[in-house]
Design a protein around this ligand. Structure first.
Ligand code: 9MJ
Length: 728
């Protein structure tokens, strides 16, 4: 490794005979810092310091143009624009690998069995050693270095002939332009060029601001960037790289290196400055491959880049040679895919849905598509602005994404409907869907014209006005509990497990009860009798009795559950708990002034005002009174009678199944001690409490170095803190 040179002090006056030496020192230093920053993800100097040294090098090179070389860090973006991309024949063909989409276990087992069979091994022979790698979702690239200098970068193409994209690949800071002295004179490194998700989001944001084209996913953005003719454009679309193999290399007989295993080769590439994924592992036998597939799959959404599977490779290079190839696929490697998280499908219609708070959400009705492991027929379009931003219209082919448990969403259009091209739009004012022909005769594709989606002016459920408040992206129905959709959602929310926990009161039943006008307000729930329930379609005596019993049980509740169940805007579980803890009784909350509400932990002006307004309305107080009259009760406490706040200011994330505590109970304990319980892990997370089958959140915690506790550790922490507080 290059030691830090003394470059921090003001540049020494350059001896006219010595600029070459200073230039070399500056380049070495910049390359060293760039490797720490871009490859190791561990910056060691402030950006300003890097920039200062970079500028010194630029100035010196400007004064001595004869000393400028293509491998200088200043020469990553070359000014010239290409006329076209030039074909390149690969010295060693670029392979594609056989893909398995089978289940976790069978995919790995089938591969292991095949390898053992081909090698003539019996069950008595030892397990085979593999290397397991993530399968990056980008573009394969071959980087050719001659005497330690990058001379050519080529795409895979058909495997035999690709395209020369050296000018663009030079802009990727993770790819070294020069290699250390001990590398073989000829070296081709193969790997994947990809775009990190954060870089992709930032790129799309910039494109939007500048009115440019946005990209549907990081892979497409990376592919577009790699094939640019102008490397200045590529440089503005930040790409990354992972190495995973070799192409041509100086043969052993001519002084080339000796690698015995694939893993050893990867470690050597790493030592030469190439990024190699941290997840790469040696796995012995099929069982360890299965574990790898599962673990990487669980952490998939937490990774900063997209992967679409994992790759298994036989580790021994001798065994790889013994196994050889079948047509163009190596017999020693296989890609084992995860279910795709993105698929293309067609938008058949765009409808709107009305939520509990009246929010109107446009929803794309889709031709059924299998994505993220389930069949999806609806995907959210979020709001009108998102639809406009993405340019989605009925009939378009769109990309639908479903990652983890997230609601499926339309991420972008890949093929607009015929006729949405501006050149074929009818004149202003025309809208065939509304029977308005507009003026003049349109050339061409009138039949293909599809009107832009419009938000309805009236709620499709109750007919009330639909409005959008200033500064808000969402449209809302103004009907409140007059709107059946909002009433249904309000009842479901009230009945939810974390609110009043009324078992058996689900979607279907609430639909029936509201549609039949049996229930108009929350207290009506507690006025339900056997007769009105049994009168509903498909409701047997026994189920009706179960519902009534669940309603009866729910009457004994807690103040936070009751408050949360009322479904006030901005009042989630945590705020409900804070309010209950602070005021002790519901009457105190209902009578509190905005100023008094502002005293509560985490309650700001918007929440305080909205709470105050809610409880000032006679009809809302009436609902509360009626619920109490129906027998809903909870223990009331003295204000601010609370556990020691030993976790005040700390953020804790719960993941997996804890051995004894339910998730809600664990959350209650943590919150009672002052902690904020969050849903996702970041650098700011204080602790992750992990149980059985913890997945991506645990992986993220380990990656970020966030302390991880099990249930016992959490209880010990709470106990120790409380004891210390009690003593102090
Ligand atoms: C990807 N796409 O991540 C290979 N790959 O190995 C990895 N692709 C590969 N290895 C030989 N990790 C041919 C292709």
């Amino acid at each position: 490794m290059t030691e830090n040179l003394d470059l921090f002090s003001a540049p020494a006056p350059v001896d006219p005979a010595q600029p070459a030496i200073r230039i070399k020192a500056l380049r070495d230093q910049l390359n060293h810092w760039a490797h720490q920053y871009y490859v190791l993800d561990a910056p060691t100097v402030p950006d300003a310091e890097y920039d200062r040294v970079y500028r010194e090098l630029q100035a010196l090179e400007a004064a001595h143009p004869d000393l400028v070389t293509p491998d200088s860090p200043t020469q990553r973006v070359i000014g010239a624009v290409m006329d076209g991309l030039v074909p390149v024949r690969h010295a060693v063909p670029m392979l594609s690998i056989h893909t398995e989409t089978d289940t976790e276990a069978t995919g790995a087992q089938a591969f292991d069995a095949r390898v053992r069979r081909e090698l003539g091994l019996s069950d008595a022979d030892p397990a085979i050693e593999y290397v397991a790698e993530p399968k990056f979702d980008g573009l394969a690239m071959s980087l050719r270095y001659e005497n330690g200098r990058l001379v050519q970068a080529a795409t895979r193409g058909d495997g035999e002939v690709g395209e020369d994209v050296t000018h663009n690949i030079r802009t990727i800071r993770q790819i070294p332009l020069t290699l250390p002295g001990d590398v073989p004179p000829l070296l081709e490194v193969r790997g994947e060029v990809y775009m990190r998700r954060a870089d992709f989001d930032a790129l799309n944001e910039r494109q939007r601001e500048q009115g440019g084209k946005t990209f549907v996913n990081p892979r497409n953005a990376a592919a577009g960037a790699v094939r640019q003719l102008d490397s200045g454009i590529t440089a503005q679309r930040p790409l990354s790289f992972f190495a995973y193999g070799l192409g041509a290399i100086t043969p052993l007989g001519e002084g080339g290196p000796v690698f015995r295993t694939h893993y050893e080769m990867l470690q050597t590439l790493k030592s030469w400055g190439f990024p190699v994924a941290a997840q790469v592992r040696i796995a012995v036998g099929a069982a360890e491959l299965v574990t790898f597939h599962r673990q990487v799959g669980a952490s998939r959404d937490a990774l900063p880049y997209d992967i679409d599977g994992v790759v298994y490779k036989v580790n021994s290079l001798q065994l790889q040679r013994d196994l050889g190839f079948k047509t163009r696929e190596p017999r020693w490697a296989v890609a084992h895919k995860y279910p795709a998280q993105e698929m293309a499908t067609k938008v058949e219609a765009i409808d709107v849905q009305v939520g509990r708070t009246g929010k109107i959400t446009p929803v794309a009705r889709l031709a059924p598509v299998f994505v993220g492991g389930v069949t999806v027929t609806n995907a959210t379009l979020h709001n009108l602005f998102e639809i406009r931003k993405k340019g989605v219209r009925v009939g378009d082919t769109v990309i639908v994404r479903r990652a983890g448990d997230v609601i499926p969403e339309v991420v972008g259009v890949i093929a607009p409907t015929l006729g949405t091209d501006v050149s074929s739009l009818p004149p202003r004012g025309a809208d065939p869907a509304l029977g308005r022909p507009g003026g003049g005769v349109m050339p061409g594709t009138r039949a293909g014209y599809v009107p832009n989606f419009r938000m309805p002016n009236a709620c499709p459920v109750c007919g009330s006005d639909v409005v959008r408040e200033k500064g808000e992206a969402n449209h809302r129905c103004t009907g409140g509990l007059f709107c059946a959709a909002q009433r249904k959602e309000a009842i479901l929310h009230f009945a939810a497990r974390r609110a009043m926990d009324i078992e058996g009161l689900g979607d279907k039943l609430v639909d029936q009860l509201v549609d039949a006008n049996v229930i108009r307000t929350l207290p009506d729930l507690y006025r339900l009798g056997l007769t009105s329930l049994v009168a509903l379609e498909r409701m047997a005596d026994k189920s009706a009795q179960n519902v009534l019993a669940a309603l009866e049980r729910s009457k004994q509740t807690t103040l936070p559950r009751f408050l949360f169940g009322l479904g006030l805007r901005h009042v989630g579980e945590a705020t409900a708990k804070d309010l209950a803890r602070h005021f002790g009784t519901l009457d105190a909350i209902m009578d509190a002034s905005v100023e008094q509400l502002l005293q509560v932990n985490d309650v700001g002006p918007v929440v305080a005002q909205s709470l105050h307004t809610f409880f000032q309305q006679a009809h809302n107080r009436e609902v509360v009174e009626q619920l109490r009259a129906c027998g809903v009760t909870w223990p009331e406490g003295a204000p601010a009678e609370r556990a020691p706040q030993i976790l005040a200011g700390k953020t804790v994330v719960l993941t997996g199944t804890l051995p004894t505590l339910g998730r809600d109970a664990a959350k209650d304990l943590l919150e009672a001690a002052g902690a904020k319980v969050a849903g996702s892990v970041s650098k700011k997370t204080s602790y992750v409490v992990a149980g059985e089958e913890a997945g991506s959140k645990l992986a993220k915690a380990l990656e970020l170095g966030v302390p991880v506790l099990d249930e016992a550790g959490m209880l010990a922490l709470l106990h120790a803190g409380a004891a210390a507080e009690g003593a102090g």
